[in-house]
Design a protein around this ligand. Sequence first.
Ligand SMILES: Nc1ncnc2c1ncn2[C@@H]1O[C@H](COP(=O)(O)OP(=O)(O)OP(=O)(O)O)[C@@H](O)[C@H]1O
Ligand SMILES: [Mg+2]
Length: 539
Amino acid sequence: MRYGSKVLFDDVNATFSAGRRYGLTGPNGAGKSTFMKLLTGELPPQQGNVVRPDKLGVLKQDQFAFDQFRVVDTVIMGNHRLWAALQEREKLYEKTDMSDEDGMRLGELEGIVGEEDGYSAESDAAILLQGLDIPDEFHERPMSELQGGQKVRVLLAQALFGQPRALLLDEPTNHLDLDSIHWLVEFLVHYEGTLIVISHDRHFLNAVTTHTADIDYQTIITYTGGYDDMVMAKTQIRSRIESQTAQREKKIEQLNDFIARFSAGTRSSQVQSRRKEVERLQTNELARSNIQRPYIKFTINRPSGRTVLEAKGISKAYDDLQIISDFNAVVTRGERIVLMGRNGLGKTTLLKALLADSPNLPPAPGDVDAGTVRWGHEVSIGYFSQDHTGQIQKGMTAVEWLHQFDPDAHRQDIHGLLGQMLFTGEEGLKMTDALSGGETARLLFCRIMLQKPNVLVFDEPTNHLDLESINALNIALQKYEGTVFLVTHDQDLIEEVGTRIWRFESTTVTPSAPVVSVGDGRQVEDFKGTYEEYMGVGK
Ligand SMILES: Nc1ncnc2c1ncn2[C@@H]1O[C@H](COP(=O)(O)OP(=O)(O)OP(=O)(O)O)[C@@H](O)[C@H]1O
Ligand SMILES: [Mg+2]
């Protein structure tokens, strides 16, 4: 499989055996999601073929894709054949004048619905949902009302619906807090079919997988063991490949030397044969490791005033569930606030409430029920939202998309910035429709790097990023001179970036810092210090 000149897979053979749990690893853009699409049949391979069981359970990388559907329907969609038949049947029933053909078609459809256990679909779906801890009152509601951890559970139910023999999951731990990840590990370890799971989370992979299929060098190599075992084995193979490459390059150099020296002379047949050898060596040498680290650096155009934000009496409820209540805070320039805590306690809600009335961010991402937010003098905000859907318009190249945020910037500078974020050369001309999860995130960072805001508001920025990129982001945030609001579940980021902690907890927990909001069953603590210092206070 290749896109343009970028070869993802060249003559790959791989087998996934029943009862094993495979991690599918590789850096951003290596081709993990693409490979999964080849496995499921969503994409046809340009060469070669795939043999698969007739039912596969699939969880895709975009967990927001089903937001407009009801929870129970989302689950039933896991059985494509059934779902398509149900949809078509409904349309036919809605018709006022049904033709003979329609009648015949209805008969066929009823047949399919029967074969696929369609008459018990809703109750089967409900049983799965209950098993995955989604309470009954949510089943009829739209997906958009669920928070991240619950969405993943519903999408798992979708993947499991219809009892597939294999389960294919693309980055299931994105948006999950630690407790939910533990739950998922337990769940998957007990799964009896074949599991193939893509993830950038090392701990998760080590806990779940029995084998690792690593995508690199335009091929897939399967190792026994989890992520760490793979890295060890791969390092050995890699140093061997790299020393071979080095030897080859040396050989090419010598041959070229010879050619240069004697091409004008009498030894033309020898020169000719050496030219051939150089050609052969060069075509051999194409496959390189594609692990690379981007260079992320956030600078500021001009500093904001000393007081960055004053929030007074902020409240926000969904229906009758009070999430944030009478929240008060003053934020000073240069503070790096980490918002931490379990899924669903209101971190994103608070951020969006603070952005309800923000400079340079039309349209406002959220709203408030009560209270006032005052952003300080000359504040400019760079916002990285949790849901990337629609953030990057389709139908243009990465360069064009980026350029519109600073039309005065030289094309060269845009290319430089993109190159720094690993969109080198032709990669920058890639259509935005084609971006992988990690590439989308990297391009969104490019925009913020171009705009040079003095406040960063980042909501779970490490989802979709590979290890190298997470490290680069960590360093960039530590070096940033502006003010940071950061939601994350990443322990390193919490410990190394934060200079102030907003901790979201349930009210059963005894706080160790001043409480600045008490909602239904939940509270927010505000601690002016690092996470390490905060943990010290708790003892
Ligand atoms: N339709 C397409 N046209 C051109 N290039 C594409 C297309 N689809 C995918 N690509 C490119 O192929 C590469 C592999 O994409 P893929 O989504 O499989 O990566 P991935 O390994 O899942 O990465 P991530 O970890 O970021 O999710 C990327 O560089 C992507 O931009
Ligand atoms: Mg992917």
